[in-house]
Every structure is written in structure tokens, then in C-alpha cells.
Design a protein. Structure first.
Length: 126
């Protein structure tokens, strides 16, 4: 089964935080939404990384960035009602929408996602 990475999982991998090894095993060939890629890039820029280095990080990870489609935007909007009680952000829902659209499971470091009851497999790495 293919894997979709949440920004929190990618950041855990890059910073070698708890659970990073699980992400490492799945990162090659994994997918990340362009919305979540933007979140990761923001964190890298905030940490002082140059644009070339930050984009190089994505190239080295060997995962594909999936464009946030109209279909995924619709799924993301529809997920709001089911995820509001846990405070999931637009980026969180974009990740889940990509996983649903791709028939993939999700890797996240966000423990709250473990309480979701959705028709998608969610693996919390911590």
C-alpha cells in the first residue's frame, strides 16, 4: 500500500524526532500534498534554511509532491465536519483528502488523528 505523509511526519523525519524511523522506511515513493509540502518548506525557511537547500531536502527524500486538486479540495471541505472536534487544520485535511483520493494510508505525528473514525488508514508514528 502506498503512503501519504503529513507535514508533521516529514518534520519528525527531518529532525530525527520520535517515530522518524517509521517515516524513513516509507519515505521513498511516498506522496505529500502540495499543501503539506508548503508547511514543511515554511518550517525549513523559519529555521534559516535557504530556498535551494530546502528544495534540495525534498529532492533527497524521493517522495512525490501531489498537486492539491479540485477533487481533493472538495474532500477536504467535506472532512471539516468530521474533524472539527479535534481541531484539524486545512493542511491536515488536505493530507487526509490526498490519502482518500489515492487509496493510501497516512503517516502522521499528530496523536489526535488516532481518534478519527474515517475510511482511511491512519498510522500515528509516536
Amino acid at each position: 500500500m502506498s503512503v501519504v505523509l503529513d507535514a508533521s511526519a516529514v518534520l519528525a523525519f527531518l529532525q530525527q524526532e520520535i517515530g522518524w524511523e517509521r517515516v524513513h522506511k516509507s519515505i521513498s515513493g511516498a506522496k505529500i500534498s502540495s499543501v503539506n509540502a508548503s508547511e514543511v518548506l515554511l518550517k525549513l525557511y523559519d529555521a534559516g534554511m535557504s530556498e535551494n537547500d530546502a528544495l534540495g531536502v525534498f529532492a533527497a527524500m524521493d517522495c512525490s509532491v501531489s498537486v492539491f486538486s479540485t477533487h481533493q479540495a472538495n474532500l477536504c471541505a467535506k472532512l471539516r465536519k468530521q474533524t472539527r472536534h479535534l481541531g484539524l487544520s486545512l493542511g491536515d485535511r488536505a493530507c487526509i483528502a490526498l490519502a482518500i483520493d489515492a487509496g493510501s494510508k497516512v503517516l502522521t505525528a499528530d496523536k489526535a488523528w488516532g481518534r478519527l473514525e474515517l475510511d482511511v488508514e491512519i498510522e500515528v508514528i509516536r
